[in-house]
Design a binder for this molecule. Structure first.
Ligand SMILES: [Zn+2]
Length: 166
């Protein structure tokens, strides 16, 4: 970019591009559409005010945010970028729900398989009788059908919880 060619903003606004032009670093003359869009949606003086209120190191981010929002506003005049945000938020909560369901399913499956694996290390006859006593929950679980897995797991939890207390 030549030193004395005006930035895209000053070209559009038909004014002299000063050395310290606040737009010049972010709206180069080779991309006139970028400023035209931001100017159309926010107005050049508002953009200038916003940039002046920011520390220099945040201005580039602010400009890309303004450009994004201006694009969204032109595409969707009613909702602008709020449309994209709420679409993504809906997706997030849908996925969180799916995740919660999947985690509940994993928990149910784990609870069905967890407690009754015979432990080969238990050779002691006393401990074998302990195992026999603990077959009741296993038998109980074998009747669990897939449709009432959650109910069965919950009742098993309450049975176990009760055992621990008493
Ligand atoms: Zn300028």
């Amino acid at each position: 970019m030549a030193g004395n060619s005006p930035c895209a903003s000053c070209k559009l606004l038909r004014r002299r591009c000063a050395k310290d032009c606040i737009f010049a670093p972010y709206f180069p003359s080779d991309d006139p559409q970028k400023f035209a869009l931001v100017h159309k949606v926010f107005g050049a003086s508002n953009v200038s005010k916003m940039l002046q209120e920011l520390p220099v190191h945040q201005r580039a981010d602010a400009v890309s945010s303004l450009v994004y929002e201006a694009h969204a506003r032109v595409r969707d005049p009613v909702y602008g970028c709020v449309g994209a945000i709420s679409y993504l938020q809906n997706q997030v909560s849908e996925l969180q729900m799916q995740l919660a369901v999947a985690q509940a399913e994993i928990l149910c499956i784990q609870m069905q398989h967890e407690p009754v694996m015979p432990n080969p290390e238990m050779e002691d006859p006393d401990q074998k009788s302990y195992l026999l006593q603990n077959e009741l929950p296993h038998e109980y679980l074998n009747y669990a059908s897939s449709s009432n897995v959650i109910y069965d797991s919950l009742s098993r939890e309450s049975i176990f919880g009760h055992d621990m207390v008493s």
